[in-house]
Design a protein around this ligand. Structure first.
Ligand code: MN
Length: 159
């Protein structure tokens, strides 16, 4: 997906969000992959789940509080990729701008991918609030404009 859509949606003269510059290349040995959830009080409250993948943050908007326990499935709507620098962003996006409202970090840490497929991710989250194995699975749809996924904590396997 890349950052084209991200940049098109925003006016960096007006929003305090990280801008259109190139992403910083990571130096040295491979660092942990970024995991972050930002609580975004926009016109509708939602939680933005972001996972570092190939130099950007793959992003899903989760309308309800992300699941800490097994057995809770949350809708997660995939949105445009965000720059890595977005992981540190907290602030207020002004009225009239895309995503107007306040952004606060709700949880952060790293994650370890186990399975990465176009319509399915299994990964271990090492955050402060969410910990353990999680799954994102894309819902089948006839409509190519549908980007609905489910996000849930996986059941522990048999011992
Ligand atoms: Mn958002």
């Amino acid at each position: 997906m890349g950052l084209k859509t991200y940049k098109e949606k925003r006016d960096f003269q007006k929003t305090p969000e990280p801008g259109g510059g190139p992403d910083k290349k990571k130096l040295g040995k491979k660092a942990d992959l970024v995991y972050i959830i930002q609580r975004h009080q926009a016109s509708r409250l939602h939680y933005d789940l972001r996972l570092e993948e190939e130099g950007v943050l793959k992003s899903w908007a989760v309308p309800k509080e992300p699941p800490v326990e097994e057995g809770v499935r949350r809708l997660a709507v995939q949105v445009e990729d965000h720059p890595l620098a977005y992981a540190g962003f907290e602030g207020t996006i002004p009225e009239g701008e895309y995503g107007a409202g306040t952004v606060k970090i709700w949880d952060k840490g790293s994650y370890v991918p186990e399975e990465t497929m176009p319509a399915k991710r299994v990964f271990e989250i090492k955050g402060g609030v969410l910990r353990g194995r999680y799954c994102l699975i894309k819902l089948k749809s006839q409509d190519p404009e549908d980007h609905n996924w489910l996000f849930f904590k996986m059941k522990k396997g048999p011992a």
